[in-house]
Design a protein around this ligand. Structure first.
Ligand SMILES: [Zn+2]
Length: 135
């Protein structure tokens, strides 16, 4: 059943109303149970963001992208934390990014920093070739 959340503009009371169908909601006049006012505003919750613990490691790439584009640093930090845990090779860089994101640093800043570090790293240090077996 559709649940609608409202905030009363008269007394700021927040409450939920449950309707059997969206049509029933459309036909009804929601009323504040606290003061009886009908001047209400809908409260839209960002349900996905508020979910207490998401399993980011099972997300598809496009879902991850949507987390990124949500612009929620802490959520992205959480995602990094979980994803990096499953990929030891990523751990060093991601853990640093994770820490910064969890502290609330803006994502674009952290991302830029990682990219710059990446660029610094690549030219000089190519991994040493595997030692040829000497026999
Ligand atoms: Zn009210």
């Amino acid at each position: 059943m559709p649940t609608y959340e409202f905030r009363c503009k008269a007394c700021q009371h927040e409450f939920e109303l449950v309707y059997k169908t969206t049509a029933a909601y459309a036909a009804a006049t929601p009323t504040c149970p606290n003061c009886g006012a009908t001047t209400l505003s809908r409260v839209i919750r960002r349900v996905a963001i508020e979910a207490p613990s998401r399993d980011f490691t099972r997300m598809s790439a496009s879902e991850m992208l949507s987390v990124f584009s949500s612009g929620d640093s802490k959520q992205v930090g959480q995602m990094f934390d979980q994803v990096a845990g499953t990929h030891p090779g990523l751990a060093v860089e991601y853990h640093e990014a994770t820490k910064r994101l969890l502290k609330g640093e803006p994502m674009d800043k952290v991302e830029k920093h990682l990219q710059e570090r990446d660029a610094e790293k690549k030219p000089p240090s190519s991994p040493p070739p595997p030692a040829a077996p000497s026999s």
